[in-house]
Design a protein around this ligand. Structure first.
Ligand code: NAD
Ligand code: MN
Length: 350
């Protein structure tokens, strides 16, 4: 697999995660050979590019990529975010973004009863409001305009929807389609129509349509009833940050970017960014990165190793003395990671 630690807390959480992933793979009788790339902000300052011009093509040679985070205060965000992570997602056409959210025993959250949440947000990853169509006009006049055109295609909706329904089939069999088709009459009515067609092909999966504002309320008030949320790019972006809080925060949120049935490598990354406010202090929570690594292990055909990682994370987090500061504890990245590694090494492969 390819590994891009990146900037800020990226290298801290990646280096804490790799020994855990390697040990879990070994428990499952497999070997991981990570190949590291120094892409990111430092490389940008040195060479003017966050990654080589053929970076995405280099990644094509790997089955999977583990990515830390990019972004540094002394480089404009768009240079690094577009020059690396969004550039890679687009070049590899990673059409679907998968963001699981669950409760962890021992981890306190904003919820009065923190347990029982187990949901996955499936986010369309390429279009909607993020296509970059639009423009600015009549600068600094009373008529000044900023126009952002949202583009939704049948192909992209189908890819995300089929992934969501297949996933629901392997879980509790429920898809909640999140739209805003009462007010946005073109793009989101297409979502409703295409997803209804897909739903007809999955009679065993229950499908409901929920408006995004109502879903924001549901996520806070009744998150336990939710299984798979199927979202457009914008709604998935916003709701998945909200949902991460139900698991304990950004330090707990893993994700996968993938092209179902395609030949591109899948890319796994914590949802969080480079967290410059805590970078270099050794206190970043490595769990989001480790859980992203567990999804990577599942993806490369090592689901036993993936489960070993998740079980070890769960075991370690039961003890609040192991928690990093974002979870209300005082453990360092290395202390939490060492505990998780110890649990992995003492586990017996199922
Ligand atoms: P951020 O996710 O980096 O940080 C948001 C908050 O969450 C901060 O308070 C941070 O301390 C906390 N946090 C994040 N990860 C944590 C962890 N592992 N453990 C404990 N606390 C954690 O988002 P931001 O501050 O908006 O952005 C910072 C930089 O990261 C910017 O340059 C931004 O462009 C970039 N960014 C990159 C990605 C990516 O690489 N995919 C994603 C989001 C933001
Ligand atoms: Mn976001």
């Amino acid at each position: 697999m390819a590994v891009i630690p990146g900037d800020g807390v990226g290298p801290e959480v990646v280096s804490a995660s790799l020994p855990v992933l390697r040990a879990a793979a070994a428990r499952a009788g497999a070997r991981l050979d990570p190949v590291e790339f120094d892409w990111g902000g430092e490389r940008y300052l040195r060479t003017g590019r966050a990654m080589p011009a053929d970076g995405a093509e280099i990644l094509r040679g790997f089955p999977a990529v583990l990515f830390g985070a990019v972004g540094r205060p002394d480089v404009p965000d768009h240079e690094l975010v577009w020059g690396l992570i969004i550039g890679v997602r687009q070049a590899l056409d990673l059409a679907v973004n998968v963001r699981p959210v669950q409760s962890w025993a021992g981890v306190r959250t904003v919820l009065r009863e923190p347990d029982g949440v187990d949901l996955v947000i499936v986010r369309e990853n390429t279009e909607g409001e993020y296509v970059g169509v639009g423009g600015r006009a009549h600068a600094a006049t009373a008529h000044e305009l900023g126009i952002e055109v949202a583009v939704h295609s049948r192909t992209a909706i189908l890819r995300a929807a089929r992934y969501a329904f297949d996933l629901a089939r392997s879980r509790r069999g429920r898809v909640s389609l999140v739209t805003k088709s009462n007010a946005l009459r073109h793009g989101y009515t297409l979502w409703d129509a295409v997803v209804a067609e897909v739903a007809a092909a999955y009679p065993d999966v229950e499908c409901e349509q929920v408006l995004v504002d109502a879903m924001a309320v549901r996520l806070v008030q009744q998150p336990r009833d939710l299984d798979v949320l199927l979202c457009s790019n914008l709604f998935g972006d916003i709701l998945s940050d909200l949902a991460a809080v139900l698991a304990g925060g950004m330090g707990m949120a893993p994700s996968a970017n993938l092209l179902p049935d395609g030949d591109a490598p899948a890319l796994f990354e914590p949802v969080h960014g480079s967290a410059p406010d805590i970078a270099g202090r050794g206190v970043a929570n490595p769990v989001a990165c480790m859980l992203s690594g567990a999804m990577l292990l599942d993806h490369v055909g090592l689901p036993v190793a993936g489960r070993i990682v998740r079980d070890a994370v769960a075991t370690a987090l039961r003890d609040p003395a192991r928690h990093t500061p974002d979870l209300g504890g005082s453990a360092t990245t290395k202390e939490l990671a060492a505990e998780i590694l110890a649990v992995v090494e003492s586990s017996t492969a199922p």
